[in-house]
Design a protein. Sequence first.
Length: 245
Amino acid sequence: MSDNLLEVERIAKRYGGVQAVKDVSFNLARGEILGLLGPNGAGKTTAFNMIAGFVAADSGRIRLNGRDITGKRPWGVCKSGLARTFQLSKPFGGMTTRENLIVGALVKTNDRKYSVERADELLDFLGMREIADVDADNLTAFERRKVELGRALSTDPALLLMDEVVAGATPQEALLMVQLIKQVRDRGVTILIIEHVMKVIMGLSDRVIVMHLGELIANGAPTEVVRQPDVLKAYFGDDYAGADA
C-alpha cells in the first residue's frame, strides 16, 4: 500500500474565461497535516471543492487510498473516507449538538446505538458535553465550528479537509482549535487545511503547498516555502521583486 493517502494529478477547472485551477498535482502522506496557502483568488477553494466532490474537475484524477474518486458526488466521497468542514459553519439548525453528530455517524451505518455512542465519545473529545442538548441555532460561532468538526469526525474519515477553521476566532479560541487539530491527527486522521492566519498554518503544518492564479508555485517545509521569492511575490506583488533586486 502506498504511503500517500491522497493523490491529486493535474486537476483543472475553468469558469468561462477564467482558469481557476490549472494542472495542479500534489500528494498527501498518511498522518500528515498539509497546509494549502495562497492569496485571495488563487484557486484554493476550487481545488478543495474538486477533491471533496462539490465541483466536477474538467480534467485530471483524484485518488483516495488508492481508489479513484474523480467525479464522485460529495456523499460518495464521504463514504470513501473523506470529510470536510466549511469556511462558514453550517450545522443543522433545529437539531441539538448531539443530534448533529449522530447524523454524521449515520452516513456510514444504520446502527443507531453505535451512532449515539460515537457522538457521545466525540462530545467528550471536543469538550462539548455541556452543550450536547443545546440547539445548534443557539451556539456561539466557535461552538458551531466545533460542532462542524465533530460532525465531520463522526463519519470516521481517513482524510479531513478543513477550510479556515480559526476565521473570526479569538486568540484563545484559535489556540484551542490548533490543539484540537493536532489531537485529531494523533487519532489517525490525515488533514488538508486552508488557513489565512500564517501563525496557525506555520504551527500546524508538516508541509505546505502554495497556489497562485490557479497554479501550484511551491511545495515544501513551511519555514522554507514562506521565504521563496515566488511566494512572497504572489502575496506582496511585483513591488517585492523590485525591492529585492
